[in-house]
Design a protein. Structure first.
Length: 401
């Protein structure tokens, strides 16, 4: 059996000793010991850990490296106390969009995506503000980058009405224009509207577009320290009503940390029935969704980078091992078993939360892999180094910056 690529002497998370991994036509065709097939290229993993590449379920890609343009007021408002001033932070941060221009946005985007390729992040759900301030400048930049980086990083562009839909008349039209340009996912942020009726209207309008253009939905939900926020429940109910189960992803849901236990259990039941995945970014705010509890209940959960040097978070390298390392501390997940779970939340579980098919490292699935400079998940999280080799659809795309 001729192979395009053979990875020899690989350690995997679920096999004893080392194995060989055979790849042909962009897919894994065999994982077994002593695979003696001829190959166009051979990589000797030398006993290093080989796993699925990394998935970043949430990144505001149009905003990367804009912190110095915005200043610290939004950052301190978002992260202060129990996130009671989160809406104030969003309003302050939106001022940067008055300067939005595809020409400078694309330069920042390229920098962030080069880091993604370096750190083995081959799949990103990337949000672009799509409203009356941002217009289509961010969307156009991300669509251009999606084409430029398609060999190394698969980008799903989310048309995201950051400032609301009801409270920002005209944003709905920009979202539709973005979908016509080629955006992949319908975004939303219903909790930012002024009333519950407006929040429902926000969700309804975005679902109309999702169904019209046959698109998945990703919404930032209840991203503040208010246990009375209820847009997660609204979205789950709407997903079930519209038969869009399995096509909706929730991001943040930080208010969940403050829910009374009976209400949390109700939400879990709705999430499971609607087959909604949840992406959490615990490193970018003092509250976060109940990741471990959601996972234990069978809800698909992922971790996301969320921000890179913007109004909400001053750091970030598009390095999902780094994100998992931070989450390990913030969520007190420090046993070996919990480290394995964190690793799932940046690989297989992350793909599941986003509705991605064919991602686990097994024969028949796409060959999106990393050869780490580590022999265990513990070691990988400890050092969160760039992989030695990054494989995207069977081709090496490793870059050194």
């Amino acid at each position: 059996m001729a192979l395009d690529l053979l990875i020899k002497n690989a350690k995997t998370r679920f096999s004893e000793g080392t194995v060989d991994i055979g790849i042909r036509d962009g897919k894994i065709v065999a994982i077994e010991k002593g695979l003696g097939s001829k190959a166009g290229r051979t990589i000797d993993a030398e006993g290093r850990l080989v796993t699925e590449s990394f998935v970043n379920g949430h990144l505001h890609l149009c905003k990367v490296y804009t912190l110095t343009m915005v200043g610290e007021k939004a950052l301190t408002s978002y992260q202060a106390g129990s996130m009671g001033r989160a809406m104030t932070a969003i309003e302050l941060a939106s001022k940067v969009k008055e300067q939005y221009d595809e020409a400078w946005i694309i330069q920042n985007v390229r920098k962030a995506l080069n880091l993604a390729a370096k750190y083995g992040t081959t799949h990103i759900r990337a949000f672009a503000d799509t409203d009356t301030k941002a217009r289509l400048e961010g969307v156009k930049a991300l669509i251009q980058a999606r084409e430029e980086f398609k060999e190394s990083v698969e980008i799903q562009v989310v048309a995201f009405p950051q400032d609301g839909v009801v409270r920002d008349p005209g944003a709905e039209d920009y979202v539709e224009q973005a979908l016509r340009l080629g955006a992949d996912v319908v975004g939303g942020i219903p909790w930012i509207e002024y009333t519950e009726d407006d929040s429902r209207r926000h969700i309804d309008l975005m679902f109309l577009l999702a169904k019209k253009y046959d698109k998945d939905v990703s919404m930032l939900i209840d991203d503040a320290g208010d246990p009375g926020l209820r847009t997660l429940e609204m979205l789950a109910a709407k997903t079930i009503q519209e038969n869009w189960s399995g096509r909706v992803t929730v991001h943040h849901a930080r208010a969940m940390a403050l829910y009374p236990e009976p209400y949390f259990r109700k939400i879990v039941a709705l999430l499971k029935r609607a087959k909604i995945g949840v992406v959490s970014d615990p490193q970018t705010g003092p509250l976060h969704a109940r990741v471990r509890d959601l996972h234990d209940e069978g809800v698909p959960v992922a971790l996301g980078q969320d921000d890179i040097a913007d109004a909400y978070y001053p750091y970030g390298r598009n390095n999902m091992l780094e994100v998992a390392f931070l989450a390990s501390h913030l969520m007190w997940m420090t046993t070996f078993q919990e480290m394995d779970l964190l690793y799932d939340l940046i690989t297989t579980r992350a793909a599941q939360a986003m509705g991605m098919k064919g991602f686990p490292m097994q024969p028949g699935n796409r060959a999106n892999l990393v050869v780490l400079n580590a022999e265990s998940v513990w070691e990988a999280l400890t050092h969160h180094e760039a992989p030695v080799h990054v494989i995207k659809d069977g081709k090496e795309v490793t870059t050194r910056l």
